[in-house]
Design a protein around this ligand. Structure first.
Ligand code: CUA
Length: 332
């Protein structure tokens, strides 16, 4: 009897460690849902987890009983349960019932997901190598690697790719949806709580797959409107002399050939739109925080931060670099 306790305690420790590891902030978990679709998926997950745990406990119990008692009854007589009964009940009827319950729950959950809703906010996301082009077709502006959405309103994200297959996944908001060249997929959901949620590419897509992440910022409808309104206007002209010099450097250096800054002559489309780069939280598709130091490092040689990305090193004098940093950080 004594040996049973360590085995149960061991199993509990493993389970608890897994849950703690999965629920830390750095690792977004599907068991911490913050969106309509994620809530539905989490429900199915907990049902599966519960049934699996029940099977584990029952089977583990049988193994322990068999190990300690043998095939006989306590009085030494042969067991009255015939082997066939075990096979019929434990091997066919119970598994069939469990699969039936799981199948019904999955079909029901799948049917409730991704239904078109009125008044949905349309967003288009295109998977690039290795970043995300984000546009708001009705509001008429573009950004990158950061999707802002209002809490409570239905969101409809169109997903496309112009290169290889990527997969758009925000564990706390919903399931994975692939971005497939030539096929337009749509992900529909509603955020239920304000917050900044980490998303990532969930389909191996080349050298920088692991660093193809993004953020979804779910905010109150009022603060989303403020954010959207600010983004609908092109950025104002540089106010400081340093930033004005930086704008000249940007248009002269190779930058303008690859990036767009609305309201200027920079209309490149190879790299991310930089119209709001000063207000974004991260650089390089959520690779590093958007600080002055990282921005400078990124411009000089982004390959040291995200090896394999498509931006070449940009050799600049110290003065030009400082000016360029000031200009980019003023774009909000
Ligand atoms: Cu894009 Cu992996």
């Amino acid at each position: 009897m004594r040996a049973r306790r360590p085995s149960l305690i061991g199993a509990l420790v493993v389970l608890l460690t897994t849950f703690i590891a999965c629920s830390t902030k750095r690792s977004p978990s599907i068991t911490d849902p913050k969106g309509s679709e994620a809530h539905t998926i989490a429900g199915v997950w907990w049902l599966m987890c519960g049934l699996a745990a029940a099977v584990y406990i029952v089977v583990g119990g049988f193994i322990l009983v068999a190990a300690f008692r043998g095939r006989g009854t306590p009085e030494g007589r042969p067991s009255r349960i015939r082997d066939n009964t075990f096979i019929w009940v434990g091997g066919i009827i119970v598994p069939a019932l469990i699969l039936l319950v799981l199948g019904a729950a999955t079909v029901h959950a799948s049917n409730t997901l991704r239904k078109p809703e009125k008044n949905a906010l349309r967003i288009e996301v295109v998977g690039k190598r290795w970043w995300w082009a984000v546009s708001y077709p009705d509001l008429k502006f573009d950004t990158a690697d950061e999707v802002h959405i209002p809490v409570g309103r239905p969101i409809e994200i169109g997903l496309d790719s112009d290169n290889v297959i990527h997969s758009f996944w925000v564990p706390q908001l919903g399931g994975k949806v692939d971005l497939i060249p030539g096929q337009h997929n749509v992900w529909r959901m509603k955020a239920t709580k304000e917050g900044t949620y980490r998303g990532e590419c969930a389909e191996y897509c080349g050298l920088e797959h692991a660093k193809m992440n993004f953020l979804v910022v779910a905010q109150s409808p009022a603060s989303f409107d403020t954010w959207a309104l600010r983004h609908q206007r092109p950025p104002s002209e540089p106010v400081s002399q340093l930033a004005a010099n930086g704008q000249v450097v940007f248009m002269r250096a190779p930058c303008a050939g690859c990036h767009t800054i609305r309201g200027t002559t920079a209309q490149g489309t190879i790299g991310p739109d930089l119209t709001d780069i000063g207000s974004r939280l991260t650089l390089g598709a959520n690779t590093v925080p958007n600080t002055e130091g990282y921005l400078g490092g990124w411009i000089v040689n982004s390959q040291t931060i995200k090896p394999g990305n498509l931006m070449p090193p940009i050799p600049l004098s110290s003065n030009d670099l400082q000016a360029l940093i000031a200009y980019l950080r003023s774009l909000k």
